[in-house]
Design a protein around this ligand. Structure first.
Ligand code: IMP
Ligand code: MG
Length: 174
């Protein structure tokens, strides 16, 4: 089986939206340091581009989670595969994700992070598929709301491929 990728959101639109989000976040966090937490691996491209557009001080940390389940459907039980290097107590934490789908991963993760007593905890996602939501998640900053299609690029993968595409594409199987 081979797959074709068609463009859903082109590179210039993604870049322009990330610039806007960076400006918005810079205003909202004025006088503070944003402690950005990237959920690996998907969030990494978005977080790097977003961080470059933020004008207040930024620190960064990374975590990796895997959800127990059958691969494409997340179960909501999340295992922390790589935890944060630093404590988040008292920090203004901004979790950066590639996409919120069912919301299960993030609702679990946000609860876990909340228990570590950050000063504030917000969520920024490049993409949101609201139609797919099962677990409630409050999203503070959204790049684009998209329809329920399987997308790749800008960190998102299909069988670990296509993360490096500089645009958001839709996978078409033929
Ligand atoms: P959920 O919100 O717990 O269902 O899971 C979200 C995770 O599923 C994301 O962080 C992605 O890793 C993955 N995911 C969901 N939708 C897509 C998609 O359209 N393309 C690639 N990965 C996706
Ligand atoms: Mg992800």
């Amino acid at each position: 089986m081979s797959e074709k990728i068609s463009v859903m959101i082109d590179e210039s639109k993604v870049d322009a939206r990330i610039k806007e989000l960076g400006e918005l976040i810079s205003r909202d966090y004025e006088g503070k340091t944003v402690h950005m937490i990237c959920v690996l691996k998907g969030g990494v491209f978005f977080m790097c581009e977003l961080a470059k557009r933020i004008s207040v001080p930024v620190t960064m940390d990374f975590m990796s989670v895997s959800s127990y389940g059958n691969g494409t459907v997340s179960s909501g039980i999340v295992k922390i595969v790589k935890d944060l290097d630093d404590m988040i107590e008292g920090k203004d934490v901004l979790v950066v994700e590639d996409i919120i789908d069912s919301g299960r991963t993030l609702s679990y993760l946000l609860e876990t992070l909340k228990s570590r007593k950050p000063n504030s905890l917000k969520l920024c996602t490049l993409l949101d598929k609201p139609d797919r939501r099962v677990a409630e998640v409050h999203v503070d900053y959204t790049g684009f709301e998209i329809e329920d299609k399987f997308v790749v690029g800008y960190g998102l993968d299909y069988a670990q491929k296509y993360r490096n595409l500089p645009y958001i594409g839709v996978v078409e199987l033929d």
